[in-house]
Design a protein around this ligand. Sequence first.
Ligand SMILES: *Cc1c(COP(=O)(O)O)cnc(C)c1O
Length: 392
Amino acid sequence: MTTIAPATMTVRRIPLTEPYLGGNERAYLMECIATGFVSSVGPFVTRFEEQVAAITGRKHAVATMSGTAALHLALLAVGVTRDDVVVVPSVTFVAPVNAVTYCGALPIFMDVEPQTLCLDTSKTIEYFARACVRRVDGATVDRVTGRRVAAVVAVDVFGHPADYDPLAAACRTRGIPIVADACESLGSQYRGRPAGSIGDIAALSFNGNKIATAGGGGAVCTDREDWARDVRHRSTQAKSDPVAYDHDVIGYNYRLTNIQAAVGCAQLEQLNAALAAKRHIAARYAAAFADIPGVAVYAPQPWASWNCWLPGIAIAPDRVADCIAQCRATGIEVRPAWRPIPLLPMYRDCPQYRIEHAFDAAAAIVNLPSSVGLTAEDQEYVMGTIRSVLRV
Ligand SMILES: *Cc1c(COP(=O)(O)O)cnc(C)c1O
């Protein structure tokens, strides 16, 4: 559909996060066609996995068709089954919670930190101590449901890393694996370590709205060879013989194609430039909204280096809907944070643990446009519009 604007009026459209394809994308795609490697095997898939492993500092990276597929395979690899519970944050994109459900397990919703909206790790540790018991085999069992706690999923919200170290210490003594949803945090660091390198296994996304895209895609990163092998096996229909149609577990067609990997390789080459652009954009928002009463800028914790994937502000929750509607009416794509997952119909009846901050913290957020190619002029327009909407 095209909108015809009167000649005197310029209609701006400022998307939230739009891909920037300024590098070798075209050349690599032409190479796929010239060589005939367009499907799920090919040199770009291998190269993409090597680049992801290098950037995240992991021994193994397995490419997948999406971040959601990566999360599903990561949960299966660490041994999540249908009789388990998995601790998940209450505020997140829905995909990691759905992935827990794909495994047949039950999510248990944990609170989030009010500043970062990431999993509240101290409350998770408190949950282990107060609401779980140790079984004779050493497993940690949720007292209410009687189910084993098979994993904790931590999500790096808006690209900001969760606070992993205290959680890792508590999980290690209990043998509970941490699955890091690093789908938004490529390029961030947690206490000097790259996103994707933290947790026992991590999932990345290369969806179109992320800091680097493959058109669509994902990756599972881990240092454990057995898990990497398991992920690769299940992602390729769990073939147990290269020729005969033999399969030993339920597999999936979760592979990344060489065409997608070609785009992904070109994007990863430009990651540092994308990070610099995103950080510049976030710094300008921070400066513009720093001293405005009633507006708090989403800002990194001192121990984090944030990729600034999705900047935002926190305002009075009762003004969020109006602010978003007014901005969108002028072509500025701002968005609220995700509706807390325990409020969604399919997760309403799942167990929760002492949620105090999640609902209010999420309700205050307005995420702001941050495409790598956002011009200074367009950003001024965004900031001016928000100031006038908020009358500040
Ligand atoms: C994008 C995203 C996903 C899912 O990734 P896809 O590649 O879109 O499947 C999962 N978790 C979070 C936090 C995300 O932002």
